[in-house]
Design a protein. Structure first.
Ligand code: ACM
Length: 260
């Protein structure tokens, strides 16, 4: 399958413009699955709850309709981050395809001031069966908790679609370990640019990447430029969990010794 990561620089609060810019990037590079950044339609650096409320959308809102339209026209799938208006407002990711919405993930580990504006996720870590393999979702700072990627791997995911808005520098290298320790692919789609709003100035680090189950960086974008890159991968490679005659990555776990 052909997997693409889309690195954007959204304009805060301009959902329509941001969706248009992202889908224009996607049109340039054919793929079976596109992974877009966290909150790619709204921007990130909220200063009040009112601001979040103004741009949050239901899972079948305008962003969903645009992404499903793209998926139908191009017979493909897309995972993207958005502010989800439901019983509460969540920092969510949707997975859509030609048939519509496949599912939603709500960010479990909220980062920094996200805790002021979003409720913590309550849907666990979901895995979806697509025609080319099993795709799990997590969002940005979830990478810091190895349990997130491990849950997805234990549920059989071949690939982690990982919409992100990275601020700290560690994730791109950290995801190499997440992939290696789970024998799984990951596609981290980050944004670039700066949002200086209120008294909070945030710079995003770009460096979106696709990593293989052996920890190889198959594609990586720069720190500053918008872009899209796709690689051809065989998701079946994520089924090879055996390291040698005596070690199997997942079967070798010793949960009774971990004590949690
Ligand atoms: C982050 O979780 N957006 C850093």
């Amino acid at each position: 399958m052909r997997l693409a990561i889309v690195q954007t620089n959204p304009t805060f609060g301009k959902n329509e413009v941001n969706i248009h810019t992202a889908t224009e990037q996607m049109r340039e590079v054919p793929a079976d699955l596109y992974v877009l950044p966290e909150l790619f339609n709204t921007g990130y650096n909220f200063t009040t709850m009112d601001e979040v409320d103004r741009v949050a959308e239901k899972s079948d809102g305008a962003t969903f309709r645009a992404m499903v339209g793209f998926a139908q026209r191009n017979s493909c799938y897309a995972a993207y981050g958005f502010a989800e208006r439901a019983d509460q407002i969540y920092n969510s990711a949707a997975l859509v395809g030609p048939s519509g919405l496949l599912g939603i993930y709500r960010k479990v580990h909220l980062f920094d001031r996200e805790n002021l504006f979003f409720k913590p996720g309550n849907l666990g870590f979901p895995v979806f069966d697509l025609p080319f393999g099993k795709v799990g979702l997590m969002i940005c700072f979830d990478w810091m908790y190895p349990e997130a990627a491990r849950s997805l791997a234990l549920k059989g995911a071949h690939l982690i679609a990982h919409p992100s808005n990275l601020v700290l520098p560690h994730c791109p290298d950290g995801m190499i370990t997440r992939c290696l320790e789970n024998g799984i692919f990951a596609a981290t789609a980050d944004r670039v640019g700066r949002e200086n709003r209120g008294d909070v100035d945030i710079r995003f680090i770009g460096t979106s990447e696709i990593v293989s189950p052996r920890g190889e960086v198959l594609a990586r974008l720069g720190k500053e430029e918008e872009g899209i890159i796709a690689v051809e991968i065989d998701l079946k490679d994520a089924e090879k969990k055996r390291i040698n005659q005596y070690n199997d990555l997942l079967a070798g776990r010793r949960p009774e010794q971990y004590g949690f």
